[in-house]
Design a protein around this ligand. Structure first.
Ligand SMILES: Nc1nc2c(c(=O)[nH]1)N[C@H]1C(S)=C(S)[C@@H](COP(=O)(O)OP(=O)(O)OC[C@H]3O[C@@H](n4cnc5c(=O)[nH]c(N)nc54)[C@H](O)[C@@H]3O)O[C@H]1N2
Ligand SMILES: Nc1nc2c(c(=O)[nH]1)N[C@H]1C(S)=C(S)[C@@H](COP(=O)(O)OP(=O)(O)OC[C@H]3O[C@@H](n4cnc5c(=O)[nH]c(N)nc54)[C@H](O)[C@@H]3O)O[C@H]1N2
Ligand code: SF4
Ligand SMILES: [Mo]
Length: 695
């Protein structure tokens, strides 16, 4: 029996697991003891990773759609050549940017790096990632406030904090191991505080829950800032030495009075004052935010309003503190820095001459071959297809027909494409319905590469199982198309994931995410390594759980963090008489993952999961409308669509709020095409709707 340590490729915790293998089958999965992230624990998804071995078919060959609509199975070589020729043909006929890609935060660093090389560098076109639906807001907030997309915390901070404040985050369901770390907190008198319109599973387990009105976080956070200033609950030295623009901010928040805050958030004045005192009485206050913040129409400013609170109270860079963005997907953190979409490999602007020269040197390609500008955003890609400007799309490891906001617009787009390559481990996903080419690839258990978790920790994925005939990885599929495109020397140094790792490591040199001290072999069977970890400084970075900003220096040119703020905006899509309720959306259960392509294979998850789309409705509203548990209602959205849901009656949502888990395709049929102005992340969590009982 062999033991192979590898990384769970569901959520951004990146637990490590020991897989015991006999006759090319996993017979036991044990969460790795001593691994600093999950130390002998993990959730049901990690424990059931082996279930995928049964569903992956051997002899996996690509399929190409024929004129009559049927598929023809072809060899990999033919598949690569077909896609390469078609990409070139479309570019010649319709222009360079008539083809595009959608990448992901769930592949290895090496896989989206090579995809970014083929599409963004060689073909000089656009690739955005599903991280746009998820982390884009935090990325923009970090860049503007800290000077680099660098979440500073380490998971240990959850154990050291005496005020753990979750804003729009439900870790009990979405990040169970993170919640486990909260549970290990032994600090006397520590308090867990949740700000969420819904009494989420995390709110139920907290000391304090503030059930504010949806989308009123920015108003609340500015009100809190105003009160902290008024009461002089500030860290003047930190503000003076390590921040900029506080005086303007102080002036700005004067208008955010307690009265206004209470009125707009629906919280009482006493509740807001209590929250202010909780922050002030904490010695190590930490703020943690996730999608309840990132997915809104003024999301970047909301994230920055959280950062402002941490800065003004000096709660950053010290144990148990921080304005901490929790990442979603297993390698979203990696894709943010190494997918070549919005920044160069390792960070830096596409327009920066010094950075261009450096990247060209590392990759051994002429500077002209490097991408010249950030990608157009996800929504622009879908709109471009629907406007007839984009004719070819290649998606990998994401299922946008289900997960994209206002998802009928994706269905419409898919039908217009002349080339639509879907690369996935299942050909049954909704997005594959209209594809013209399907590339079947092996799951994580059969491949190798590098992941970066939410606290910047690099971890190794190593093949647990051997591959069958014709089974190839995402890396090889992209490399195959690159070769068929005739990239030649431009692919020198990209032959294997390990080679690509070396390129990315070199690109990171001297950047905040420098990991030049990490080696491919060194990462194997390790405890993971957080960036920064520069070569030559291994000794001083020996500590296994490190945080950034301990010296109060940020990555901005002045080294100071920025107070960034803007007036609260009118909701672009408010509830109306016609659409009086608001549809909130998010994760449904620990066992279910996004569009469920993977977790529906797990029998003990599927056995306890609801099979059809459902939503939660407030008990009183249900009574008023004559709706009973398990009744079916048709929900009409302000986006013009409608869908049927089964009702679960609860006191945990507000009177005018419905909550639908995202694991059913109906959910995003109803979400709107509304985005944050700066991050272009969809506003998924507050759609005006009305409903009727189905007869
Ligand atoms: N089991 C499971 N775990 C997962 C995932 C999964 O699909 N299944 N997905 C992973 C990924 S990619 C991500 S991004 C994370 C997401 O992790 P989370 O963001 O924690 O999960 P969500 O359920 O999307 O949303 C969190 C909360 O935001 C609240 N919310 C909605 N509107 C507002 C608002 O206006 N203000 C505030 N303050 N809160 C609001 C919702 O009520 C919800 O409780 O989970 C990761 N973990
Ligand atoms: N209404 C609403 N919508 C949301 C959200 C919300 O909160 N509310 N959350 C958004 C967020 S945060 C996210 S991250 C997105 C997620 O949205 P998606 O990325 O579309 O969701 P997944 O189901 O994770 O899709 C991953 C796909 O990759 C495939 N896959 C798994 N392993 C591999 C592999 O090794 N290689 C390849 N090629 N494929 C593989 C799976 O089969 C699956 O089809 O959804 C977003 N949509
Ligand atoms: S907590 Fe996240 S990384 Fe850990 S086993 Fe569960 S899904 Fe995997
Ligand atoms: Mo996400």
């Amino acid at each position: 029996m062999k033991k192979i340590q590898s990384t769970c490729n569901y959520c951004a915790i990146d637990c490590n697991l020991d897989f015991y293998v006999e006759d090319n089958r996993v017979i036991k999965t044990v969460p790795t003891k001593g691994y600093p992230v999950n130390d002998g624990f993990c959730c049901i998804k990690g424990l059931s990773l082996d279930k995928q071995q049964q569903t992956v078919k051997p002899n996996s060959l690509p399929k190409i759609r024929q004129a009559d609509g049927s598929f023809r199975q072809v060899s990999w070589e033919e598949g690569f050549q077909y896609v390469a020729d078609k990409l070139k043909e479309l570019q010649e006929k319709y222009g360079r940017e008539s083809v595009a890609g959608i990448s992901t935060g769930q592949l290895t660093m090496e896989e989206f790096a090579i995809f970014g090389h083929v599409m963004r560098n060689y073909l000089q076109t656009n690739v955005d990632g599903n991280t746009r639906l998820c982390m884009a807001t935090a990325v923009v907030a970090h860049k503007q406030s800290y000077g680099f997309d660098a979440p500073g915390f380490t998971l240990k901070d959850l154990e050291l904090s005496d005020r753990i404040i979750f804003i729009g985050a439900n870790p009990v369901v979405a990040h169970p191991i993170l919640w486990g770390r909260v549970r290990q907190n032994q600090v006397p008198g520590h308090k867990i505080i949740v700000i969420d319109p819904r009494r989420s599973e995390t709110a139920m387990n907290a000391d304090h829950w503030y059930g504010l009105k949806w989308r009123s976080d920015l108003l609340l956070l500015y009100t809190i800032a105003h009160l902290l200033i008024e009461k002089d609950y500030l860290d003047h030295r930190f503000i003076e030495e390590h921040t900029e623009h506080f005086e303007e901010f102080k002036e700005f928040v004067k208008a955010y009075t307690l009265e206004r805050g209470a009125k707009g958030t629906g919280l009482s004045e006493e509740q807001i004052l209590e929250l202010v005192e909780l922050i002030h009485s904490g010695k190590r206050v930490s703020f943690w935010w996730t999608m309840g913040v990132n997915q809104g129409y003024e999301a970047v400013r909301t994230a920055q309003a959280i950062i402002n609170l941490a800065l003004m109270t000096g709660n950053i860079g010290k144990p148990g503190t921080g304005a901490n963005s929790i990442t979603g997907q297993c390698n979203a953190m990696g894709s943010r820095s190494f997918s070549n979409t919005t920044v160069f490999y390792g960070g830096g602007d596409f327009a920066d001459p010094a950075r261009r020269a450096r990247i060209a040197e590392v990759l051994h390609v002429p500077e002209e071959m490097l991408a010249k500008k950030p990608t157009i955003t996800y929504n622009k890609i879908i709109e471009g297809i629907n406007a007839g400007e984009i004719k070819g799309l290649w998606i990998l490891c994401t299922n946008p027909r289900h997960s994209w906001t206002n998802n009928e617009t994706f269905a419409e787009a898919a039908k217009k494409l002349e080339l639509f390559v879907v690369q996935d481990i299942y050909d049954t996903i909704e997005s594959a319905e209209d594809c013209t080419v399907f590339f079947p690839v092996v799951p994580g258990l059969k491949k190798e590469g590098t992941y970066i978790n939410l606290e910047r920790r690099l971890a190794a994925m190593r093949p647990v199982l051997e591959r069958g005939e014709n089974e190839i990885s995402d890396y090889e599929a992209v490399l195959g198309v690159g070769k068929a495109l005739g990239m030649g020397d431009a692919l020198k140094g990209w032959e294997t994931p390990k080679d690509c790792f070396a390129l990315m490591r070199e690109c990171s040199r001297g950047m905040p995410c420098d990991f030049t001290g990490v080696t491919w072999e060194g990462l194997e069977n390790s405890h993971g390594i957080q960036w920064p970890y520069p070569e030559g400084k291994e000794e001083e970075n020996r500590e296994e759980q490190r945080r950034l900003y301990e010296d109060g220096r940020f990555f901005t040119p002045s080294g100071k963090a920025q107070f960034i703020f803007e007036e609260v905006r009118e909701n672009p899509l408010p509830t109306t008489e016609e659409f009086p309720y608001v549809l909130n959306t998010g994760r449904g259960s620990v066992g279910q993952w996004h569009t469920q392509s993977r977790t529906k294979e797990v029998k003990f998850v599927e056995d306890v999961s609801v099979k059809k789309a459902y939503l939660y409705m407030n008990t009183k509203l249900a009574e008023e409308k004559g709706v009973k548990e398990l009744d079916r209602i048709r929900v009409y959205s302000a986006n013009g669509q409608n869908a049927v849901f089964m009702v679960k009656v609860t006191d945990n949502v507000q009177h005018d709020e419905l909550y639908a888990p995202i694991h059913y395709i109906e959910c995003n049929k109803l979400t709107p095409s509304v985005y944050d102005a700066y991050s272009k992340e969809p506003s998924y969590k507050a759609t005006p709707v009305r409903f009727e009982k189905e007869r």
